[in-house]
Design a binder for this molecule. Structure first.
Ligand code: NDP
Length: 349
């Protein structure tokens, strides 16, 4: 043992519908000493993400389900405090997949090696590598540019627009000279989208709570129609978007958070038939199949940040024990931008 103790969050039971704090356990465990090829990271921040809800269900998917009684996993960033791996020195900042715990022992197996990389704290605050400069940012980039095949000057509609993915989508579209309409769940989020993310028009979707109202508002804001809809939500957002698409439009299926806690199948959009006369393309994607874009993504993000053309918001809560609540908050819009949990100091050595 290393003399270190770490608190971690385990899955206690599988949620049925909306998860609750009772589905999680907080446990303190000893941290084993690192063997050859291994190293220990003092996590500073861990990420909670909507996709984790899917991993709480016992079913085959593109990532294996979480197991009951085991610590959850997910993105985290922190500093190496002990190392038996010559590639990672004490003091290095790394991003890895052993979140939901204060201290992580990173294994020497190929999977751990693939999921771990050094990050440069001089480029951006370390937690950015879990948001704008990390998985959510790459999701926005790959989804909009590769799947959405965005062209200069097009009209883009983005749901969950002020979130970790959505806010980056909006700004990439603006940087490509597009007209952007963003939908979010509060006036504050909408104001930020206009003031900081340069979004042209916003919808507080809670004020347009029926399909008819949302469809009409979208039509008012983008009278010539939508070329690319970046789907993060589902439900009436998808139906309203389909009713406003232009010919040859693309619907980028990134997420459908509205459905993640459903206990019964959600109805499909009745107007999916619009794909036929308009020649629409609806395409889903998983970010992990687009890691080849990482170099281009970081290059472009670096340039946009330098030019003052990329900003983001974060919601940071403190303490590993707050992680379940932070996760639950994603389904209530409690986060403004990337939701993060601070589980340790930025500087551990
Ligand atoms: P966000 O930071 O956007 O947080 C989730 C947001 O969704 C909330 O803040 C809330 O914002 C909104 N929301 C929650 N419930 C509802 C609801 N019932 N109706 C409408 N809006 C709701 O999360 P991410 O940016 O991390 O993820 C956004 C989407 O992208 C998710 O669907 C996620 O699953 C998906 N995703 C997909 C990936 C892929 O590889 N395909 C990778 C990463 C994310 P508000 O206040 O505006 O309601």
């Amino acid at each position: 043992m290393s003399n270190l103790k770490s608190k971690e969050i385990r899955l206690k039971s599988r949620p049925d519908g909306m998860p609750s704090k009772a589905n999680f356990d907080l446990v303190e465990v000893p941290v084993p000493a690192p063997k050859a090829g291994e190293f220990i990271v003092r996590n500073a921040y861990m990420s909670v993400d909507p996709y984790m809800r899917g991993r709480m269900v016992d079913r085959e998917s593109y990532v294996p389900p979480f197991q009951i009684g085991e610590a959850l996993t997910g993105g985290a960033v922190g500093q190496v405090i002990e190392s038996q791996n010559p590639s990672y020195k004490v003091g290095d900042y790394v991003q890895h997949m052993l979140g939901w715990r204060e201290i992580a022992l990173i294994g020497s197996d190929p999977m751990s090696a693939m999921a771990t990389m050094k990050v440069d704290p001089s480029i951006a605050p370390i937690q950015s590598y879990l948001g704008a400069l990390g998985m959510p940012g790459l999701t926005a980039y790959a989804g909009l540019l590769r799947i959405g095949a965005l062209k200069e000057g097009e009209t883009v509609f983005v749901s969950a627009a002020s979130g970790a993915v959505g806010a980056i989508v909006c700004q990439i579209a603006k940087n490509k000279g597009c007209f952007v309409v963003g939908s979010a769940g509060s006036d504050d989020k909408c104001q930020w989208l206009k003031d900081k993310a340069r979004v042209d028009a916003t919808i507080n979707y809670k004020k347009f709570a029926t399909e008819e109202a949302l469809t009409a508002e979208l039509k008012r804001l983008a009278p010539k129609g939508i070329d690319v809809y970046f789907e993060n939500v589902g439900g009436i957002h998808l139906t309203a978007a389909l009713s406003n698409m232009r010919a040859k439009g693309r619907v980028v299926m990134c997420g459908m958070i509205e459905q993640y806690n459903n206990t019964a199948p959600a109805p499909g959009p009745w107007n999916i038939i619009m794909t036929i006369p308009l020649g629409l393309r609806i395409e889903g994607f998983v970010v992990s199949n687009h890691f080849d874009l990482m170099g281009d993504f970081l290059r472009d993000m670096g340039q946009w940040i330098k030019a003052g053309k990329m900003t983001w918001h974060e919601t940071i809560v403190d303490g590993i024990e707050t992680a379940p609540e932070a996760f639950l908050g994603l389904f209530k819009g409690a986060n403004f931008g990337k939701m993060l949990v601070r589980v340790g100091p930025d500087k551990a050595v």
